[in-house]
Design a protein around this ligand. Structure first.
Ligand SMILES: *Cc1c(COP(=O)(O)O)cnc(C)c1O
Length: 380
């Protein structure tokens, strides 16, 4: 795809990187892979991300909520899709009509799925979530036997087919943490309870990205990675070590430059002051576009061939860089983060600067950025 007019601010997404990352993980695990494309494909675009992971060999797609699954179906994606975060009133009928699998945590959720199955005349593909120690989604081990028995009855009635038993890890990004073995043990016990209740055909899935990369003992019948598909290392290290390449580059065009004397206070509150006469460059993206305000005086940006630190506070629409005596002009490109192999910072560097994780950065970037796709994987 060519870019006729230079873009004020754009997120460039490398579809081939997403496909290649998917293929690397699929190959490593040698079993089905459910690619997680929730939250607008982690900020990379729901549909392009979905098509790219499928081109890379993903067997199924995972999203948080039914609306995301329906958006995939509306765009013609026919791969198996699971939506797992369903509160009361979730549109299970629409999900079943669209052949979307759903998950429940409790008997009331199962009742809603059964009601939707009867209303639509469809059999629900159902996953059951067990809480093995994250204390987030899933039935507790105490609640689990009643849930699986109710699900087995609904399966015998023809309203549901239980196709998945799953849980989620608390500490997979710390591969030696003692909670990992404990969660696997609780999961195996829960699976045994479900099988004893007659749910013998369900696929077991537990592994997020970190577990897919580092913990083969969590792979079971299917893995469920998200962030690694986009080329980010969930352990915070160098993704290249795992054969992964970051898919997102965030770039903007300098909107204005000026020469200022020593001692000029820069941006709100003057938290930065120039040390000597220097050139300032204005970058036209701010916290309304998903640039964390916390990176003022902290995050690196590639400009005029070197990494500079954001000078002063990030504003709603813009921030400032101090270029010293280096040549910079309106229209020049700056790069906030990218794969890191052309001198630009990485999302991990930005996460460290902001005191957060790269997941939050890539899913929040938006606002007035445009998105541009490069690469051909899954393009339509
Ligand atoms: C987001 C999510 C994933 C993927 O997690 P990553 O750390 O991005 O791999 C997997 N399973 C569930 C339930 C999730 O919410």
């Amino acid at each position: 795809m060519t870019n006729a007019k230079p873009n004020r601010a754009e997120v460039v997404v490398d579809l081939d990187a997403i496909a290649a990352n998917t293929a690397v993980l699929r190959e490593r695990v040698g079993r089905p892979l459910m690619a997680v494309v929730k939250a607008d494909g982690y900020g990379h675009g729901l549909l392009p991300a979905a098509r790219a992971v499928l081109a890379g060999g993903a067997d199924a797609l995972g999203v948080a909520v039914v609306e995301e699954a329906l958006a995939l179906r509306a765009a013609g994606v026919t791969a198996p899709v699971l939506a797992w975060l369903n509160g009361p009133g979730a549109d299970f009928a629409a999900a079943l009509e669209a052949d979307v699998e759903v998950s429940v945590n409790a008997g009331w959720g199962l009742d809603e799925v059964v009601a939707a199955a009867r209303a639509t005349g469809r059999t629900a593909g159902l996953h059951l979530a067990v809480d093995t120690g994250l204390s987030r989604e899933g039935a507790t081990p105490d609640e689990w036997p009643a849930l699986v028995q109710a699900a087995a009855r609904a399966q015998a009635d023809g309203d549901v087919v239980v196709t998945g038993l799953w849980s989620h890890m608390a500490y997979a990004d710390a591969p030696t943490h003692p909670t990992i073995a404990a969660q696997v043990r609780v999961f195996e016990e829960a699976v045994a309870v479900a099988r004893a209740a007659g749910l013998t055909d369900a696929r077991r899935h537990l592994a997020n990205s970190a577990a897919t990369i580092a913990l083969p003992g969590t792979w079971f019948d299917m893995v469920r990675p998200g962030v690694a598909l986009y080329g980010l290392d969930p352990m915070g290290g160098d993704p290249a070590v795992h054969g992964l390449r970051p898919a997102m580059t965030v770039r903007a065009q300098v909107a204005h430059t000026k020469r200022v004397p020593a001692g000029a206070g820069v941006s709100y509150g003057h938290t930065y002051a120039t040390e000597r006469e220097t050139t300032l460059a204005l970058v036209p993206v701010g916290y309304a576009d998903g640039i964390p305000r916390a990176v003022g005086n902290r995050a690196p940006v590639l400009a005029a061939g070197a990494q500079r630190t954001v000078a002063g506070r990030v504003c709603m629409d813009q921030f400032v860089l101090d270029l010293g005596d280096d040549a910079v002009a309106p229209g020049d490109e700056v790069v906030l983060w990218g794969p890191g192999d052309d001198g630009e910072p990485t999302a991990q560097q930005w996460a460290d600067a902001a005191g957060t994780i790269h997941y939050e950065l890539v899913t929040r970037i938006g606002g007035r950025f445009t998105r541009r796709y490069v690469g051909s994987a899954g393009a339509v």
